[in-house]
Design a protein around this ligand. Structure first.
Ligand SMILES: C[S@@+](CC[C@H](N)C(=O)[O-])C[C@H]1O[C@@H](n2cnc3c(N)ncnc32)[C@H](O)[C@@H]1O
Length: 247
């Protein structure tokens, strides 16, 4: 079990009380308007977490598959789907190794759904490249992909040389190393994790190398998605890409 799986398994019951999860309806409205997919279309939600996007999209008539590494997060997702009275296909898998049995009409990987969540010993470039390639392979030709990923511009502006010296920030990979905490009946638990941030052009390159044609690079901070340029200090960047019809 890597550090991220351990963290999300323990933190799962608290996840939906985070402020950044409170804008799901607006996010789904944005996605529907962007993707313009007929009801009944199939969507892959990579790193689906507690299922907030999958469940709402299923409620609106899309056929959803949610993939996540964490059994704890998937248990929350299953409960949410049951409470909403919808059916979602939930798959426990590592996005870096995921091989889809079918091809989808679109895919999303939102709010760092696996992308950028690098295990301590992993190479961040290989990690994220594997995820993008697996999503690409899981899409029908012509299908679109929406990714939100941590904004490297922000961390470059925030971190200092002291943070680099202390090992909190790696200027080569733009990966941040920090401690995550969660509460359990037995008390507070902690785990040290690495989060890779990306520059906009790096995301365009990685998506291109995976086979995607990037259509848009927008500001993608949860709760503040929009068809607008990335702001320097915002948390996330959104990439809208397409698997070309001959892809
Ligand atoms: C911040 S949550 C985002 C969840 C969801 N997309 C959302 O917007 O609420 C990140 C999710 O990625 C999952 N995850 C982390 N590493 C993963 C991996 N290698 N493969 C699949 N899922 C992973 C975690 O278990 C967690 O549920």
């Amino acid at each position: 079990m890597n550090e991220w799986e351990r963290f999300f398994d323990g933190y799962a019951p608290q996840y939906m009380s985070e402020v950044f999860t409170k804008n799901t309806l607006a996010e789904i409205g944005f996605l529907e308007e962007l993707l313009q997919l007929p009801k009944g279309s199939s969507l892959l939600d990579m790193g689906c977490g507690a299922g907030r996007h999958s469940v709402e999209l299923a409620k609106r008539g899309y056929r959803m598959t949610g993939v996540d590494l964490s059994a704890g997060m998937l248990a929350e997702a299953r409960r949410a789907a049951e409470a909403a009275g919808v059916t979602v296909e939930w798959i426990q898998a590592d996005a870096t190794k995921f091989v889809s049995a079918k091809q989808f009409d679109a895919a999303v990987c939102l709010c760092e759904g696996a992308f950028g969540l690098v295990a301590m010993g992993d190479d961040s470039e290989s990690h994220d490249t594997a995820i993008l390639r697996n999503i690409f392979a899981a899409l029908k030709p012509g299908a679109r992909f929406v990714l939100t990923a941590l904004n490297g511009l922000r961390v470059i502006r925030q971190y200092s040389q002291d943070d680099v010296r202390a090992g909190r920030f790696d200027p080569l990979t733009l990966a941040e190393t920090h401690t995550m905490e969660w509460e359990t009946p037995a008390g507070k638990q902690t785990v040290t994790v690495r989060e890779k941030h990306h520059l906009p052009q790096e995301l365009v390159r990685l998506c291109g190398e995976a086979g995607f044609a990037v259509e848009h690079v927008w500001g993608g901070t949860a709760g503040n998605w929009g068809r607008r340029p990335v702001q320097l200090d915002e948390i996330e960047i959104m990439i809208v890409a397409r698997k070309l019809p001959n892809g």
